[in-house]
Ligand binder design. Structure first.
Ligand code: C5P
Length: 228
């Protein structure tokens, strides 16, 4: 059964905690990303954990291997249950992430970001391949490097699952039918993502910008459960 992560993409600790409180017990994961983590730091994951959430710390590490090795250890110390590195950081960087968490009793799952869901055709600098093909090729490498999963769009999740059945797939760019795509380009509905084999769905604006975040999340969860 696929699990939903609420992307707390807000710029206030109070607003983040308010949303988390409203959705506690309904959504199992909270995603803390670049902006919120930069603003409030590690105290927030701790507070969210105390509300019963699992923490997806989505800082998309991309640096030299040693720095990323240190960063994943720091993320684990902040209570991350799941974290992200960029597959484009390459083999040595991804292996540094895996090796630095090896042997931990409850280590976070490591997901490799393939092609951001905001990339459309021809938008990736220096990459001639379509985002879908590029994501697929990076997923094969992520599996070989020992990552637990990849972040990909709903456009490629079925292919990734077919080629790399042991990789977990996390799909952002989730838009219930009728909602605008915002800055995202490769968007799918919750039902389509689950039907194609996603293990985790990440949704931010469709929930946090709704007049009723709890009902919006309930609707997404209902759509997800009808597919499995
Ligand atoms: O508001 P929306 O549902 O588009 O938010 C999607 C979330 O997923 C954002 O927090 C974004 O940082 C994250 N994400 C993404 N595409 C990726 C990886 C993460 O949209 N490839």
């Amino acid at each position: 059964m696929a699990q939903l992560a609420l992307a707390l993409d807000v710029l206030s600790r109070e607003r983040a905690l308010g949303l988390a409180r409203e959705l506690a017990g309904l959504v199992p994961w909270c995603k803390v990303g670049l902006a919120l983590f930069t603003l409030v730091g590690p105290a927030l994951p701790e507070a969210l954990k105390n509300m019963g959430y699992k923490i997806f710390l989505d800082l998309k590490f991309y640096d030299i291997p040693r720095t990323v090795g240190q960063a994943v250890r720091a993320a684990a110390a902040c209570g991350a249950d799941m974290l992200t590195v960029h597959c484009q950081g390459g083999e040595r960087m991804c292996l540094a992430a895996v090796e630095n968490l090896a042997g931990m009793e409850r280590r976070p799952l490591i997901f490799g970001v393939t092609a951001l869901t905001s990339f459309g055709q021809g938008e990736m600098p220096g990459v001639a391949a379509d985002p879908e093909d590029f994501a697929l090729s990076l997923a094969g490498r992520a599996e070989a490097w020992g990552l637990d999963g990849v972040v990909c769009s709903g456009f490629e999740v079925a292919h990734v699952k077919r080629n790399c059945p042991d990789l977990l797939c996390l799909v952002p760019g989730i838009r219930p039918a009728g909602l605008v795509e915002d800055d995202q380009r490769r968007v799918v509905t919750p039902a389509a993502a689950v039907k194609d084999g996603a293990d985790f769905l990440v949704a931010g604006r469709p929930i946090i910008e709704s007049p009723s975040p709890r009902s919006a999340a309930e609707k997404i969860l209902q759509e997800m459960s009808q597919q499995k």
